[in-house]
Ligand binder design. Structure first.
Ligand code: GLA
Length: 677
């Protein structure tokens, strides 16, 4: 028996076995079936060699499992899951598994759609009779016929160096990535790509839809042709407790297949995120954010002076970052007291808000609702609201503690704070930050405290849902000290993300290049800031910095009051150019050319009849000939200089980049001429 799930370009075929569903094929509809059967040696059980779509320890014995169960009343850990039912259609599959002896049940879900290539999967684990603990409850096992072994692509980093691509050659063994921080983390993005080690271009991607502590594991069993990826909430720091009758729905996972390598995976992820995750609103606005210009020194007159220039340059929203609330003169105090500082704003926030609106921009505000400084009225009133590991001393990072958002009263306070601010002031842009990892996770006296990260993450998601439901006109930007919380669950609830605190243009280019391999330009917030950058000190032209920011959602974070008239004129032109090309830059199909470490690199955006290429070059690059992707051989294209050529010619000759904008960067537009024109 086979159940065929269809996506836009692939099929995902699931068969039945005694121990549950097995993968029969995933990929090209013309090359089915692809999953080879593994010969069983006397050291293995049938369940250990089968490409099970979800396995429990106790069903499998010698190989890894997605589910570990402790404490069923028969005194035997694990679950012997057996298939109970399987039904669905070509875009959904539901499978029910049960361990009759212990009453542990698992419902598995698959979902696809005809207009993208992503398969969505998750599991619901239920204990019907006994109290059990789940030290691991991953959402799915993905079987990929790339083995033996695999080439695994990851996005890794640290603060200010997020989204660096890394490729691991994994001949055999396990590779485990994740976060124990309560947030997604700067270190690893919850997404991997797998290809065969022999260089085939066919590729598979798996992503976890979760914003808290997580774990993803790639398991390449020696000599097996199927390599397995599974993921879920972190199995090192989290244990799920289920009382009789309780159930746990795992975070969802996404899987995608492409015949054309990691570039094809990027297109598949972008299409899914644009069509399914992101809400269908217009493009995010051009931001002016005052953080890099003013730090904590927020003054009304100064902000209004900045707003004057920002509006003149073409900014569409003016965002006041950290430093606007009571007691916030440095990072040592004030977090938690979300009231306008009467010393900085003697007449309230209104003069600034009104001034910004009068200048034709929207008004935005920064907030960090999950954190509190010990030096704050909130902490003095509710010292019990922060995470605590028993009687261990609390740790501060950036002088702050983390609020236990999973507690109903804390979540209610955060919701009330958001509602108060968004109702009181005409705020239409909110930057939600989170500036530390959770190191003291735990709730004294609460036996479920090993689930704090799950409760926290769900509360965070519910608060973002509240913003969408009650304040749909507010654009929400997600941030966690830069790119510490970027994932598909955030993309489903926010409009933009801040990928990194690093804005130095060359470093930023590298961060963005990695970012775009998974996430789309329409969420990639990017600001032009001043030189020299703290980390990336190499000088570049103003144009270079602008073109880097144009690769996503352009913003300005510079001290524009210090810009001379010539710089402002040029900046105004570049913002206007960005706004004109924005539909293609944010909505177009992305192709990355070269890498930021090369003498030159480019990102191409293609939408309808237009291709826009952003190109960056080192001084020693020499001439740049760009081979645009996706040209139609028989079509005619009009180049930047007015010449027309056929797609076939352009594909062979390449496009000579004129560097008309600046010696180190360019923006090139190529239009397909309508057949009758
Ligand atoms: C974090 C963010 C920055 C800025 C500061 C404010 O570091 O990533 O963009 O908002 O906090 O404290």
């Amino acid at each position: 028996m086979s159940h065929v799930l269809r996506t836009a370009r692939s099929v995902y075929v699931v068969g039945a076995s005694e121990y549950g569903p097995v993968l029969q094929h995933w990929g090209d509809p013309e090359r089915w079936p692809r999953i080879p059967s593994t010969r069983r040696a006397s050291f293995e059980t049938a369940a250990d060699v089968a490409p099970l779509e979800f396995a429990a320890g106790g069903t499998r014995h010698t190989q890894t499992a997605e589910l570990l169960v402790q404490g069923p009343a028969n005194g035997v850990d694990g679950a012997l899951l057996q298939l109970r039912s399987m039904d669905g259609d070509e875009h959904a599959l539901h499978v029910s598994l049960v361990d009759e002896r212990t009453g542990v049940e698992v419902d598995l879900h698959w979902r696809t759609a005809p207009d993208h290539d992503v398969v969505e999967r998750w599991a619901v684990v239920r204990s019907t009779r006994h109290e059990v603990a789940l030290p691991r409850a991953f959402g799915a096992g993905w079987n990929m016929p790339v083995g033996p072994g695999a080439r695994v692509s990851e996005l890794v980093g640290t603060w200010s160096r997020e989204f660096s691509p890394v490729e691991v050659d994994l001949p055999a063994g396990q590779l485990r990535l994740g976060s124990r921080q309560g947030i997604t983390s700067h270190e690893y993005a919850p997404v991997v790509a797998l290809r065969s080690r022999n260089g085939e271009t066919e590729a598979y991607g798996v992503a976890l839809v979760w914003s808290g502590s997580w774990r993803m594991q790639v398991d390449a069993v020696p000599f097996r042709e199927v390599v397995r990826v599974s993921a879920g909430v972190d199995d090192e720091t989290t244990v799920i407790a289920l009382a009789p009758g309780e159930e746990f729905e795992t975070p969802h996972l996404l899987g995608t297949w492409s015949p054309s390598g990691t570039a094809g995976l990027a297109r598949a992820w972008h299409a899914y995120q644009r069509q399914v995750l992101l809400r269908p609103v217009g493009p995010p606005p051009v931001v002016y954010n005052s953080w890099y210009a003013t730090g904590f020194d927020v003054r009304v007159d100064h902000q209004l002076a900045l707003a004057d220039v920002a509006a003149d340059l073409g900014a569409e929203v003016f965002v006041v970052d950290d430093g606007w609330f009571v007691g916030r003169t440095s990072d040592r105090a004030g977090l938690g007291d979300w009231h306008v500082d009467p010393e900085k704003f003697p007449d309230g926030l209104e003069p600034l808000v009104t001034g910004v609106l009068e200048r034709g921009m929207r008004f935005g505000l920064w907030i960090e609702p999950e954190s509190v400084n010990p030096d704050s009225d909130l902490y003095r009133a509710h010292p019990d609201w922060v995470y605590r590991a028993g009687d261990r001393p609390l740790t501060t990072m950036r002088n702050q503690y983390v609020l236990d958002l999973g507690r109903p009263e804390v979540k209610a306070w955060a919701a009330a704070t958001l509602r108060r601010l968004l109702t009181r002031y005409p705020i239409t842009y909110l930057k939600w930050d989170m500036n530390r990892a959770v190191t003291d996770g735990g709730r004294p006296g609460d036996p479920h405290s090993r689930e704090w990260s799950v409760a926290h993450t769900r509360a965070y998601h519910r608060l973002l849902d509240l913003l969408r439901d009650e304040f749909p006109h507010v654009t929400v930007e997600a941030c966690a000290g830069g790119g510490g919380r970027v994932d598909n669950a955030v993309l489903a609830r926010c409009d933009v993300v801040w990928p990194s605190d690093e804005t130095g243009p060359r470093d930023r280019l590298a961060i963005q290049h990695g970012f775009l391999s998974v996430y789309p330009p329409s969420v990639m917030s990017s600001w032009v800031t001043d030189e020299p950058d703290r980390l990336d000190t190499a000088p570049t032209s103003l144009e270079f910095r602008f073109v880097v920011a144009m690769a996503g959602v352009l913003g300005i974070g510079a001290d524009v009051l210090a810009w001379d008239a010539k710089t402002r004129d040029r900046a105004r032109e570049l913002v206007a150019r960005y706004r004109e090309l924005r539909p293609v830059l944010l909505g177009g199909e992305v192709t990355r050319h070269g890498a930021p470490g090369d003498p030159w690199c480019a990102v191409q955006y293609a939408l309808a009849d237009r291709i826009v290429a952003l190109v960056w070059a080192r001084p020693d690059a020499g001439g740049v000939r760009l081979r645009l992707a996706g040209l139609q051989p028989g079509a005619t294209y009009r180049l930047h200089d007015g010449r027309t050529v056929t797609g076939a010619t352009l594909a062979v000759s390449g496009l000579d980049v004129p560097f008309a904008l600046a010696p180190d960067c360019d923006v090139v537009v190529v239009d397909r001429v309508p057949a009758d024109g």
